[in-house]
Design a protein around this ligand. Structure first.
Ligand SMILES: N=c1c2ncn([C@@H]3O[C@H](COP(=O)(O)OP(=O)(O)OP(=O)(O)O)[C@@H](O)[C@H]3O)c2ncn1[C@@H]1O[C@H](COP(=O)(O)O)[C@@H](O)[C@H]1O
Length: 115
């Protein structure tokens, strides 16, 4: 737990994930994922995605969001490891979301469907 401001978390995590590419798999979980390769990382992304879906369905009935928050954090984290493994950076995702900001999904789809 740190007092890192929330708007710096993705950037700081990206720095750590990049450094872990050269770290020992014995001492670092992220290094162990990089070491095992893309297929293992994608397996973890898929697992966390499924666990997020299950937590969301449970939350629909219980109204309790703790598990959804934890599983979504696992999903985001493993997605960031995937991005890092491929040489990407969270800024690219933030830039894409910023580009889409204010553009209705219906309008965007209609513009794609127009020949
Ligand atoms: N944010 C995270 C983070 N979120 C989740 N996890 C780990 O993700 C792993 C997988 O979660 P699972 O629930 O699937 O756990 P599991 O059942 O033990 O996994 P498997 O048996 O399937 O391998 C767990 O070991 C969690 O601890 C994380 N590990 C690391 N980080 C960040 O990455 C940094 C670097 O981590 P290290 O490389 O380990 O130093 C840390 O300082 C953190 O900031």
């Amino acid at each position: 737990m740190t007092d890192l401001p929330k708007n710096q978390v993705l950037a700081e995590l990206a720095v750590v994930l990049a450094k872990r590419k050269a770290a020992s798999p014995e001492t670092s979980y992220v290094a162990s994922l990089h070491h095992k390769g893309l297929n293992k990382i994608l397996e973890k992304v898929g697992e966390e995605c499924t666990e997020t879906i299950i937590a969301a369905k449970d939350a629909e009935h219980s109204g309790e969001l703790n598990d959804v928050v934890n599983e979504t954090a696992d999903l985001w984290f493993h997605s960031l490891v995937m991005l890092s493994h491929l040489g990407g950076h969270p800024d690219q995702i933030l830039a894409e979301l910023a580009r889409r900001f204010g553009l209705s999904g219906h309008d965007e789809k209609a513009s794609r469907d127009t020949p």
